[in-house]
Design a protein around this ligand. Structure first.
Ligand code: ADP
Ligand code: MG
Length: 355
């Protein structure tokens, strides 16, 4: 178990600020996802924590011990931190057992740590195979077993599942999470997949252009995103201009939008235009239209089995998507329906959060 802290960490490549002052706390024993688009600095962040890159400014501590700072740089082999890279992590000429044994002391090998690590990832009995005799997903499991075997205080996973198909991905991340829990390890999972982050991690650090823009629980980033960009990055978002006012419900925290009145719990202070976020699952459709509803026209319907995404044109010409659970049949294009927003939205003043 280890608590990791980064304060104001920078890393430049020539003129490029790959890390522009990263603040991040990874609680001991947690799995924290670093979620951000390609090129935002996720790999650089992991490499700085592991010690393969030197930081410019700021500091990195583990349990309060400084491992990187203004005058400190603990070499990677003395940090007790391991990285599982995206792919190609195994030695092809070594058996699975020998791959996992790499980095273990003779005493640990004798104590059965190799078999233990292999069973943690569901690969008991596979020790004698060679990497090329295993599937891609099994090879990734071996890489994780090898990383977990020496009981590192911290394990860093750099998009370890991105080469796998979705079924295998879900299974493997479930196993990896269970293995980390069983071992009490602290982990960082880097991903650009919001579904993976939301379903796997205890905390999510959303990263954009070299900085962490929100560090929160999965429900926090989904329901209380820091700005409109985070809202759209962690899920499907409907972002609409809004006017503050008493609205139809006579509630001071109700704003007016093209989708009708939306209740916001945290109306920002000040004057001027607002931007409001609601999620597609909050848009309720009524046929025939309910009396208070905004009238919209169906212009598309994507059926997904468990739900459908219905695209609607609002009276002002705006297009929005509603997520309808368990639809019994398709909605005909051109149908006029009623739409209303259920549950609370999130509001920002326009100078924030719309970029
Ligand atoms: P991510 O893992 O989120 O895709 P990276 O950390 O790999 O992002 O890269 C962040 C930025 O730093 C990118 O603009 C990338 O081009 C740049 N970068 C990364 N590594 C190097 C390097 N060794 N030399 C020069 N630029 C680099
Ligand atoms: Mg990367």
């Amino acid at each position: 178990m280890s608590r990791l802290e980064l304060r104001g960490v920078t890393r430049h490549y020539g003129p490029v600020a790959a890390l522009g002052g990263v603040d991040l706390t990874v609680p001991s024993g947690s799995l924290t996802a670093v979620l951000g688009p390609s090129g935002c600095g996720k790999t650089t962040l992991l490499r700085c924590v592991a010690g393969f890159e030197r930081i410019g400014a700021g500091e990195i501590t583990v349990d309060g011990r400084m491992i990187a700072g203004p005058a400190a740089h603990t070499p990677p082999q003395r940090r007790q931190i391991v990285i599982v890279p995206q792919e190609g992590a195994l030695f092809p000429h070594l058996s699975v057992r020998d791959n996992v044994a790499y980095g273990l002391s003779r005493a640990e090998r004798r104590r059965g740590r190799i078999d233990e690590a292999l069973s943690l990832v569901g690969l008991a009995g596979y020790g004698e195979r060679m990497p090329h005799q295993m599937s891609g997903g099994q090879q990734q499991r071996v890489a994780v077993a090898r990383a977990l075997a020496p009981r590192p205080s911290l394990i860093l996973l750099d998009e370890p599942f991105s080469a796998l198909d979705s079924g295998l991905r879900a299974e493997l991340r479930h196993d990896v999470r269970a293995a980390l829990r069983a071992d009490g390890a602290t982990g960082i999972l880097v991903t650009h997949d919001q579904g993976e982050a939301l379903s796997t991690a205890d905390r999510i650090a959303v990263m954009r252009e070299g900085v962490i823009v929100q560090d929160d629980s999965p429900t926090g980033v989904y329901h209380r995103p820091a700005d409109a960009w985070v809202a759209a990055f962690v899920g499907d978002a409907i972002v609409l201009p809004a006017q503050a006012g008493t609205g139809h419900r006579g509630d001071p925290a109700t704003v007016r939008t093209a989708l009708g009145p939306v209740t916001v719990a945290d109306l920002p202070a000040g004057h001027g235009p607002l931007t409001v976020l609601v999620r597609p699952e909050q848009v309720k459709i009524t046929t025939p239209p309910a009396p208070q509803a905004v009238i919209a026209t169906v212009i598309g319907d994507d059926f997904h089995g468990h739900d459908a995404l219905v695209t609607l044109e609002l009276p002002d010409g705006t297009h929005v998507t509603a997520r309808i659970p368990a639809p019994t049949g398709p909605m005909t294009t051109g149908t006029r329906v009623g739409v209303q927003v259920e549950g609370g939205g999130r509001a920002w003043r326009d100078q924030h959060g719309t970029g």
